[in-house]
Design a protein around this ligand. Structure first.
Ligand code: IVH
Length: 698
């Protein structure tokens, strides 16, 4: 029987250990304990707290999950108001220099006075949170609200593993750490995937979230902390609220940068991109550098924030209304915008895939004007309930094809008879009128017309002639359209039967262009096996698969005649690709196309099949995540594949190892959740060298 004192001592020791390991695991990504051991300690603490409830303090590690269901959120008056920042909407570099000039003017600096020191931060797209710690223990978390009064969301915030329940190291009597609660894109995608499954299973009250910000806000204001806990949130610290004065034990810090370092030392995540900068030129450089990284960040940002570094200068600058003069948000082009759907069209792809595309009132999003956005497929279009006339949210991030994220609430709220018709997918191809079918288990409709379908013919020709395929310079989509519509090209080999006279006789075709095209057609005849194979446009055979096939088999005939089993021996070729290749080459007309192209003079070098290298890792599946210390992810992948391993893109029960580098995110969490062994680069190299025998004890 444990006495109360013994229990208290043990609970305190466990608490301390659990805090330390949670920090190592969730914030630093450097776990020292196997998960099971962590769980064992956690459960032991729960047992002690059940036996002696007075040991269950608010900062106990067990208080992260669960808790009472709130009826309504209590109001919290902020002791130091939560301000907003002036937003510089001028997205050009001028935005940064205008801010620097303003600061210098307000401070009354002469032109030749030294440059101002700034801290440059990311502007996270989540929601602001104020976290109050008393004697190092998290006692309250509040939303910004109107800046004066926010809502108490302490229970839900406790479930965020990146937020310390207890500050590391020495803590002042009072400190309020402010920052942004947000959701990583991968966590958001996974959450929505789960939501979709729930909806498909008939759970009526579930919904799909529009964006990570929205999902994060919903989770924070959840009334049931267990639900909040199931929605993975993250946090970055960037500001200070109330703090005990130095005379009462508060830290004596002179700059924003020092505070950020203090937050980090207390156990908070602070974005690694944060940087000091001097003068406008360095602000501009930061804006540009982050602009280039933006799409690769695992979370959304909508700009950067510049802050005068010196707290003394901040004090001198003060505020205008509720915005400090010492900070500004400098935006990037928004990646989401509202616009109207003026129509929905069906596009027919090279492989006959029918894609519903929303025609939009032109809108500037992600840095370009967008008039088309994909609705992906029938299920997606129906799920989002997009109709002609609706106002929709359009997203364009990086070079990704613009997509309709969802219908704006205003449109959704309209009575059904005041909206357009519910979208239905046509059952015939809009181009050739052939039947369009949706095979079981597939999300897409496909036109069955094959090369009879002009759309597929056009796309097939453009694909074959593309730079990464056989590379016919000067064969653009307008010209292909003309050639197909005039019935001058029915199959790929027809391309090489076009003579100068035919081409020069086309509308808008100058003699010089016709001559150039004849020349580039001639030049394209000397190609390589991977280019030719890729150019055939076989479903699921992309550039890299074509390369792997060419490398493995050496000769086209060997590929055309390979059995599915033989195809499966090739790197990265799984059952879907193998079957697709077989289906393609089992059709006589496709073999004829190949023969005719050869007869037209297309040639490439062939070689003997690749010598069978030993494949010590055959049958093992790896997933790589994060930044590895010495190898790029592609190099690591090449090495593993060369040894016969499969490298997959996502973690599942079939994964044998997760190779994790720095800043590994949701894949690492998933691997731990389902018990997939996690190794580092060094261990991976050891496995490559020695096979999978266990590492010797050190
Ligand atoms: S500082 C006195 N820093 O932007 C300045 N805010 O309009 C107080 N935000 O509500 C805010 N990233 O939600 C600051 N690095 C950052 C930020 C940031 C995002 C948000 C925050 C705030 C809003 C200000």
């Amino acid at each position: 029987m444990t006495t109360r004192d013994e229990a208290a001592r043990e609970a305190a020791a466990l608490s301390e250990q659990l805090h330390r390991h949670a920090h190592l695991y969730y914030v630093l990504d450097e776990p020292e304990l196997p998960d099971a051991e962590y769980d064992r300690m956690f459960q032991r603490l729960q047992v002690l707290e059940t036996e002696f409830p007075e040991l269950r303090t608010p900062d106990s590690p067990t208080q992260r999950v669960g808790g009472a269901v709130l009826d309504s959120l209590a109001k919290v008056r902020h002791r130091v108001p939560m301000l907003s920042i002036r937003t510089e909407t001028d997205i050009t570099p001028t935005g940064a220099s205008a801010f620097d000039a303003r600061v210098r003017r307000e401070l009354g600096l002469a032109e030749d006075a030294p440059q101002i020191a700034y801290v440059c931060e990311l502007k996270f797209d989540g929601l602001a949170m104020s976290l109050r710690y008393e004697h190092g223990v998290l006692v309250q978390a509040a939303t910004r609200g109107d800046g004066e009064v926010g809502e108490d969301v302490t229970q839900n915030i406790r479930t965020i593993r990146e937020i310390p329940l207890k500050l590391k190291g020495a803590a002042p009597p009072v400190v309020e750490v402010r920052g942004e609660v947000y959701m990583k894109r991968a966590d958001f995608d996974a959450l929505n995937e789960r939501q979709r499954e729930k909806i498909a299973a008939g759970q009526k009250n579930e919904k799909v979230f529009v964006n990570p910000r929205n999902a994060a806000a919903g989770a924070v204001r959840q009334h049931d902390p267990a639900i909040a806990a199931a929605r993975p949130l993250s946090f970055f610290a960037y500001g200070l609220g109330e703090v005990s004065p130095a005379s009462e034990g508060g830290p004596e810090l002179a700059t924003q940068f020092d505070w950020l370092q203090q937050f980090h030392a207390w156990g908070f995540p602070v974005a690694t991109q944060t940087a000091r900068a001097t003068g406008a030129i360095e602000l501009i450089a930061f804006h540009e550098a982050i602009g280039r990284q933006r799409d690769a960040l695992p979370y959304d940002i909508d700009g950067v924030v510049y802050k005068v570094d010196s707290l003394e200068l901040q004090r001198q600058l003060g505020f205008v209304s509720r915005e400090p003069r010492w900070a500004v948000a400098h935006k990037y082009p928004a990646q989401e915008q509202l616009t109207q759907v003026v129509g929905i069209e069906i596009q027919v792809g090279r492989t006959g895939k029918l894609t519903p595309v929303a025609k939009l009132a032109p809108v500037f999003v992600g840095g370009v004007t967008v008039t088309n956005a994909t609705l992906h497929n029938e299920d997606e279009a129906r799920r989002k309930d997009v109709r002609i006339g609706d106002t929709v949210i359009v997203r364009r991030a990086g070079d990704v094809i613009p997509e309709v994220v969802g219908v704006a609430p205003d449109s959704l709220a309209k009575p059904d008879d005041q909206r357009g018709a519910v979208f239905t997918m046509p059952h015939t191809c809009p181009v050739c009128d052939s039947e369009a079918v949706r095979e079981e288990g597939e999300v897409d409709y496909r036109c069955t017309g094959g090369l009879f379908c002009a759309a597929q013919r056009k796309e097939a020709i453009l694909h074959f002639a593309a730079r990464r395929a056989v590379d016919v310079d000067g064969l653009g989509d307008k010209l292909v359209e003309q050639l197909v519509d005039a019935n001058l090209i029915r199959t790929l080999p027809d391309l090489y039967k076009l003579g100068f006279v035919t081409l020069a006789g086309l509308d808008r075709m100058a003699e010089k262009s016709a001559k150039n095209l004849v020349d580039s057609l001639e030049a394209s005849k000397k190609t390589t096996l991977p280019r030719f194979l890729f150019g055939l446009g076989i479903r699921h055979v992309g550039e890299s698969t074509a390369k792997d096939l060419a490398k493995h088999f050496g000769k086209l005939d060997a590929i055309m005649d390979a059995t599915e089993e033989q195809l499966l021996e090739v790197n990265d070729v799984g059952p879907v690709v193998a079957q697709s290749l077989r289906t393609f080459f089992d059709q006589l007309h496709n073999r004829e196309v190949v023969e005719q192209l050869r007869a037209c003079g297309l040639t490439w070098e062939e070689h003997e099949p690749e010598a069978r290298a030993p494949k010590p890792l055959a049958g093992l599946t790896f997933v790589i995540t994060g930044t590895l210390p010495t190898l790029s992810r592609d190099d690591a992948k090449d090495k593993l594949e060369a040894a016969g391993a499969k490298v997959a893109g996502s973690v599942s029960k079939k994964t044998h190892y997760l190779v994790a580098g720095e800043e590994a995110g949701s894949k690492l969490d998933k691997a731990r959740d389902i018990g997939v062994p996690v190794i580092d680069e060094a261990r991976m190299l050891e496995i490559l060298a020695n096979g999978v025998a266990p590492a010797p004890e050190t």
